[in-house]
Design a protein around this ligand. Structure first.
Ligand code: HEM
Length: 475
């Protein structure tokens, strides 16, 4: 008989069971007591939490397939049209096909390069808006969090839905996305006691999920109608257009079906997995730069030396910014936007560390704990980008000490897409402005987190932007 996995077995009454707490912090505290491979009974769901690089490596090197499932979560199930997206589809043929299309047509290196003009246009418009709001160094602070979500959202939506997506719902999206973050965040009762799902008809969650679903569905329908009418022109070829072409002669019929099925659920991937994560990365990076003036000065010098008098950083300049890349890595290490990745569910039984993990077990990988484990990182809480200076570019997916994009076959397929926009936005924010957080005497810029599927700052990042002298002509 195999030994029983260590763990508290039942979860303490505070912590992961509430929708407002920060589960990765509760799980960190428990892992310190019970170890890096820990069992929890989350309601009626047997759950395993992985909290070290060593265990993650053993689990995913030897049993990647066994860990490739996803649980069917209450809110996600509806918003993803019955788990027909890539992120939450159960492991199997549908997921493989959907991921392949998504990868090839939106996220491959070639496609990501083809969206260069989209990124440069949106970043130029961000810089212009900041200039309008902050014409001089004595202007009031601006809400950078809100502006950055807008830009990452616009880039992703234009790439996926075409240049006219704004007409179809760009304005409404902010409100819907905020509400979606809120309904997807944390664990609801129905996720840990599936027989208790009926309760969400009474506690208001079902109504909120339906409202978000209805709004998103309406936006997707408009996008699809525009494509069918031929109103959508985009020089780069958006995801919906590409699918229309792929489906060939029977295109209209297929697109209508795609509209009610894959197209719409890919929309959910884009909003849940794509835009908020990139925005959170940019905002956490700016937060840490403001808290670490030495690092800010070095990053700004690098960017300004590379772009010179051009007034803006173009994508071709990004190759000359190794320090900025280390800064982004360091920010992803300390503030992975998805600190518990996305939940997994074992598809079959497997053995890790001598313990048997049965099929159907929910699995969390605590990326935040792994990225700050003193066994692998010296002074792990310190923001020190230079720690990435040796060893060349990070080989995502092969480095188990640093897993902000996840691990194995269900790891993030959007890394190229995300880093292209994150780097360009940050480089231009650093080049075109000097930044100041207006704080009281002795006060420090906080790093308090609001928990959701993506972890943002609890309070928006409001900063004073002081235009930099070379930043007149943008693009
Ligand atoms: C800095 C930005 C991003 C971060 C930190 C991030 C992080 C993650 C993480 C942690 C996962 C779960 C991996 C796992 O379970 O092992 C994931 C999955 C995923 N991400 Fe990203 N992501 C980012 C940007 C994007 C973008 C821009 C897109 C697409 C537009 C995207 C699309 C996806 C999809 C579709 C999945 C699900 C993959 C699957 O289940 O097969 N992500 N991402």
């Amino acid at each position: 008989k195999r030994p029983r996995l260590p763990g508290p077995w039942r979860l303490p009454s505070s912590g992961t069971s509430t929708r407002s707490a920060n589960p990765h912090l509760t799980l960190r505290a428990l892992a310190e007591r019970h170890g890096p491979l820990m069992f929890l009974q989350l309601g009626s769901i047997p759950t395993v939490v992985i909290s070290s690089a060593h265990v993650a490596q053993e689990a995913f090197r030897a049993h990647d397939l066994a860990f490739a499932g996803r649980p069917a979560l209450y809110s996600v199930e509806r918003i993803s049209y019955g788990l027909r997206d890539v992120s939450f589809a159960p492991y199997g043929e549908y997921w493989r096909q959907a991921r392949k299309v998504f990868m090839v047509e939106l996220l491959s290196a070639k496609r990501v390069r083809s969206f260069r003009s989209v990124r440069e246009r949106e970043v130029a418009s961000l810089v212009a808006s900041i200039r309008r709001l902050a014409p001089s160094s004595s202007s009031s602070p601006i809400d950078l969090s809100r502006m950055v979500v807008s830009v990452t959202n616009a880039v992703t939506c234009r790439a996926a839905f075409g240049d006219r997506y704004e007409a179809a719902g760009g304005g409404r999206l902010h409100r819907v996305l905020e509400e979606m973050q809120s309904v997807l965040g944390g664990f609801c009762a129905g996720d840990i006691f599936p027989w208790l799902r009926w309760i969400h008809a009474l506690d208001g969650l079902r109504a909120r999920v339906e409202r978000v679903f209805g709004e998103l569905d309406d936006i997707y329908s408009q996008v699809i109608e525009e494509h069918l009418r031929g109103d959508c022109t985009s020089e780069h070829g958006d995801l919906v257009q590409v699918l229309l072409r792929l489906r060939g002669s029977n295109a209209e019929e297929h697109l209508r079906q795609y509209g009610s099925d894959q197209g719409t659920s890919h929309g959910t991937d884009i909003f849940t997995a794509g835009t908020e994560t990139s925005a959170a990365t940019i905002i956490w990076t700016m937060t840490e730069l403001l808290r670490n003036p030495r690092v800010m000065a070095r990053a700004q010098k690098e960017v300004r030396d590379a772009a010179g008098k051009k007034g803006a950083v173009e994508e071709t300049d990004l190759h000359d910014l190794p320090f900025l890349k280390w800064v982004i890595n360091e920010s992803l290490r300390l503030h992975p936007p998805a600190p518990l990745l996305l939940p997994r569910e074992t598809t079959e039984a497997c053995t890790v560390g001598g313990y048997e993990i049965p099929a159907g077990t929910r699995v969390f990988v605590n990326a935040k704990v792994i990225g700050t484990d003193p066994a692998n990182w010296s002074n792990p809480q310190e923001f020190r980008p230079e720690r990435f200076s040796s060893g060349g570019d990070v080989r995502w997916g092969e480095c188990f000490e640093f897993v902000p994009f996840g691990v194995g076959r269900r790891s993030c397929p959007g890394i190229n897409f995300a880093l292209a926009v994150v780097e360009l936005v940050l480089a231009n924010l650093l080049h075109c402005f000097d930044w100041e957080a207006r704080l009281g005497k002795g006060e420090e810029l906080d790093v308090e987190e609001a928990f959701g599927m993506v972890v943002h700052r609890k309070r928006p990042l409001c900063l004073v932007a002081k235009p930099y002298e070379y930043g007149k002509a943008i693009f």
